[in-house]
Design a protein. Sequence first.
Length: 256
Amino acid sequence: MSPVTESSQVVAYYRVSTDAQAVSGLGLDAQRAAVRLYASKNNLHIVAEHTDAGVSGAAPIEQRSGLLGAMKDIVTHRAGALLVAKLDRVSRQMLSTLTIEKSLKHHGARLVSTAGEGTESDDAAARFTRHIMGAVSELERDLISNRVKNALAQKKARGERLGRPPFSFVVNEDGELEATLQTGAVVQAVQMRKDGKKLREIAEELGWNINKAHRVTTSWKGKEAQLMVLWAAHEKNRAATLQAAIVEKKGFQWVG
């Protein structure tokens, strides 16, 4: 026999898969708006809200603290439903979604999507709709994964940079590395290491921990010349920007 729950009480769950979405809040804001509007229209009381920011829909359930917290609150508050903006926010894997639905049912609750998607009831037609939506979501995930892999393969073939830029660097619109003001510390660290300084000395001088000093100096080992070229280009551009700013402000020509 399922536990008695309060059907008007729900726990809200939100998820975005990328760090960029998590920082910008765009994906999360849209989900919150959809969930809160649905709750208001259907006289539901949101007793708790949980978020997994920057977490893939294919991530295992045990690695998603937000979802685990939401499931725990379902039991704590005896909530009648886990409310999401869309089913793919719960998972992009059918097996995971079915596992969550089974766990919710065990505690007298159900999974509800503001977009419907077969969550309006639990009859045969509704379950069939949910399974179809789950299959579509899983297919979308695989297609996205394939597109990303193909795009990366094409970038690699063109000789473009893959992955995150090194510490203190950014990638410009042309896909090239650009140094920043922080790169000055990297140059100093690499030079100190080249001069025989210990990692502890480098870390103390720059206010880093030893692991960071090791990671930064090791990443440029054998590539010191490239580092110096990138830093020189940054300093040249900074000098040109400063010159232009002075000319504009003071109204005179720079004499170098």
